[in-house]
Ligand binder design. Structure first.
Ligand code: BGC
Length: 743
């Protein structure tokens, strides 16, 4: 039996001791500001509750619109923030009502779901995550923020940092996949990109980290379902991304719809106060998700909306999105003493402080420049950045050398329902993005200069989601005359996203039948998959010569895909989520436990399925390149380390193929013996490196004691002595490893 020496880390993990800010209150304790204190004294209770109320306008909605009359609410000071209102014209009109017609002239805060672009659309967040390129991701967040701010906005409901291991859940498209380490680095990059260094810059928005918490773990992958996970899994898998985003300085956090351990998030004091405020030290404001206070009645934890509002305030909510509960219902709770007015004051202080930091009291129209709006949105530089991000997000899943298309004159049949599509390619949370600005794959292929050596025929072939096969015959005739077929299939954009859980995550309609029919013709097939989540691609894999995962790539999709197909850009994306062989394997993720009976093909009583392998179709971190990379063994200059030491491991990587290219070098650890079971692999580092043909580089990775730590049986964050394996390779299947020992 190993002797456990517990080394409590004091500096590193922020949800440990480092977060011992003595908040003690449900809302943030912001430093009192004389201007705000003065304003607070003048405010009636209705006006205070107004600042804590956020409503959608009649322009757009992203849920039930149970409230109307928001313009009168602005006049009477009973609404302090609006969402789904954008453009300089519209926000100016509403801001004028607030600062000219309301008693205290408090400016409005304008929010919107700018998730992967405002008008210049970038790839969906899951697609961006496949780039593993933190610089590009930060830049994309910056540009969407800049366009949003130029359109009169102050605040975006992003980044969504919900980790998810379940591709049935349609909202995986908004996040960065299954891994807490990758997800945390991306969460930080997105917060930095959205907010910049300081609040109040007119090219940045406020970030809103969502959905707190564990929204990505709904039972059975069904949206809004409870997250029934252990505290250990919650803290190790789901919490780190929120913690990282808060640490990166996010000013606001959104609650989630689900319940966690029996308590809906919007009334969950443990989540919102004990963890978010006290452990993580969050000092911004907490907004609910859409009507999620009201929904606590249906969850069955309160008898009516008044009680729901009181529960929310007591838990630590500062702002009610669209429910009208704070505005209409909670005065009773204040009058009968269940809520202290000082608690309301704290929330209002935090909200007003953020408005002040934005500079809105000095100039409520600071973000309302028509000139900036027209110069910024869809600018050439933004389109270039979107193009760059799009090509980095593409993952090459299979290639028998059909790709890239060789340098000779060829006849190409372009087919499939998404081949010349624009509206789906801008993605599911496309804010004010418009399909007409998007470059379809077919357009991109023809626009590229390499198209001069190709001739094209385009036939749509079928729709995404119906049974109509009437065009099959002409597609097959055309296929006979073609040298190569490029087939674009996948999901419509309304098949992934909020409220789009699917039990069968396959390519819908007759699209696979089209692929199979084309296969019978015998010409090489390049299948380009466009979708919002991992799909079951077994048939696509088996019947295509090459497969590209292109998600929904945004405004410049077609140019990016064309560059990859022509070999002008060598694909470097890696999957941020496991792709299963079939739905029965879900949830399937790389960082699973070993079990006491690990997989053994010759042992009936080992952990396995009797119908399919345990392994996924494509593992986490997987993605091919047009070149090949060879790794040397990971090297550590010593084998024995003390508990407090950093472990340094190096690896040599060489480009051994025929193209220059980038590789995502991934480092995983395994703690071989510990007081609680540990995953067979955990990502703890990655570097994206460019290598010319034949070039070699040595990369160095440093693991801190924190990286080797976990929660022990007493839920203390510890590092335990013993052996660790450190793997370095090009995906989570790598067996290229070295063993080190912590003494
Ligand atoms: C979604 C949030 C979104 C909000 C406002 C809700 O339905 O869950 O992610 O920010 O609507 O549009």
């Amino acid at each position: 039996m190993k002797q456990y020496i517990i080394y409590l880390l004091t500096l590193t993990l922020i949800f440990q001791l480092s977060c011992a800010k003595k908040m003690g209150e449900t809302s943030a304790k912001v430093k009192k500001d004389p201007f705000i204190e003065d304003l607070l004294k003048k405010m009636t209770l209705d006006e205070k509750l107004g600042q804590m109320s956020l409503f959608t306008t009649d322009w757009e909605s992203t849920g039930p619109t149970i409230r109307a009359g928001y313009q009168n609410d602005i006049r009477s000071g009973r609404c302090g923030a609006l969402f789904n209102s954008h453009t300089v014209d519209f926000t100016t009109k509403l801001q004028k009502i607030a600062v000219e017609e309301s008693r205290l002239k408090i400016p409005l805060l304008f929010g919107y779901d700018v998730i992967h672009g405002y008008k210049t659309m970038f790839p969906i967040p899951l697609g961006e995550a496949a780039s593993w390129d933190l610089f590009a991701i930060e830049n994309s967040a910056y540009i969407m923020s800049k366009e949003g701010a130029a359109a009169g906005l102050h605040w975006t409901f992003a980044p969504m940092v919900d980790i998810s291991r379940d591709p049935r859940w349609g909202r995986v498209l908004e996040g960065s996949g299954e891994d807490p380490f990758l997800g945390s680095r991306i969460a930080e990059a997105r917060v930095r990109g959205i907010q910049g260094k300081q609040t109040g810059q007119t090219d940045r928005l406020l970030a809103c980290v969502k959905h707190f918490a564990a929204y990505g773990a709904p039972n059975a992958g069904r949206d809004y379902n409870p997250a029934e996970i252990s505290e250990r899994v919650f803290r190790e898998v789901y919490l780190p991304t929120y913690a990282s985003a808060v640490k990166a300085g996010a000013k606001t956090v959104m609650t989630s719809f689900n319940d966690y351990d029996g308590v809906p998030a919007s009334g969950n004091k443990y989540l919102l106060t004990d963890i978010l405020r006290k452990e993580l030290g969050f000092d911004g404001f907490v907004v609910t998700d859409y009507t999620s206070i009201n929904e606590m009645v249906k969850h069955g934890v309160v008898k009516d909306e008044t009680d729901a509002g009181i529960l929310a305030i007591q838990a630590g909510v500062d702002m009610d999105m669209q429910g009208g509960v704070f505005q209409e219902k909670i005065k009773d709770g204040i009058n009968d003493g269940r809520i202290k007015e000082e608690q309301i004051n704290q929330s209002v202080r935090t909200i007003l402080k953020i408005k002040k930091d934005l500079g809105l009291f000095e100039d409520p129209f600071k973000y309302s420049s028509k000139e900036r709006e027209s110069n910024t949105i869809l600018s050439k530089a933004h389109l270039e950045a979107s193009h760059d991000m799009a090509k980095r997000s593409i993952v090459l899943l299979k290639n028998d050398n059909t790709l890239p298309l060789k340098d000779k004159t060829i006849k190409i049949l372009v087919t499939g329902p998404l081949a010349d599509d624009k509206n789906n390619l801008i993605g599911a949370w496309s804010a004010s993005g418009e399909g007409r600005h998007c470059v379809s794959m077919y357009e991109g292929l023809r626009a590229h200069e390499n198209s001069k050596r190709c001739t094209f025929e385009y036939i749509k072939g079928c729709n995404v989601d119906d049974k109509d096969k009437s065009q099959f015959e002409i597609v097959l005739e055309a296929a006979k005359k073609a040298d190569v077929i490029i087939l674009a299939i996948g999901e419509n954009k309304d098949m992934s996203g909020e409220a789009t859980s699917r039990t069968m995550i396959r390519i819908p309609g007759v699209q696979e039948e089209l692929l199979l029919a084309l296969k019978a013709i015998g010409k090489p097939i390049i299948t380009v998959v466009m979708n919002g989540r991992p799909l079951v691609l077994d048939k696509v894999h088996d019947h295509s010569n090459a497969v590209l995962e292109t998600w929904w790539l945004g405004t410049q999709a077609g140019h990016a895909i064309a560059e990859v197909i022509y070999g002008v850009y060598n694909p470097s994306g890696k999957l941020p989520m496991t792709f299963p062989r079939n739905e029965g394997q879900i949830p399937i993720f790389y960082n699973e436990k070993n079990t006491g009976r690990p997989f053994n093909p010759n042992d009936k009583y080992s952990s396995k399925y009797i119908d399919i392998p345990n392994t996924p179709l494509y593992p986490f971190g997987y993605g091919l390149s047009y070149t090949s990379f060879t790794f040397g063994p990971p090297l550590s200059n010593k084998k024995l380390y003390s508990l407090k030491e950093n472990v340094v491991v190096t690896v040599e990587i060489q480009n051994t193929g025929n193209y220059p290219g980038e590789e995502v070098v991934q480092l995983y650890i395994r703690d071989l013996v510990s007081s609680v079971t540990r995953p067979v692999k955990e990502l703890k580092g990655f570097q994206k490196v460019f290598l010319k043909k034949g070039e070699k580089k040595t990369l160095s990775f440093t693991l801190t004691p924190n990286d080797l730590s976990f929660y022990n049986q007493n839920m203390e964050w510890v590092i335990e002595p013993g052996d660790f394996e450190i793997f370095i390779g090009g995906d989570s299947d790598t067996q290229n490893k070295v063993k080190i020992t912590i003494l």
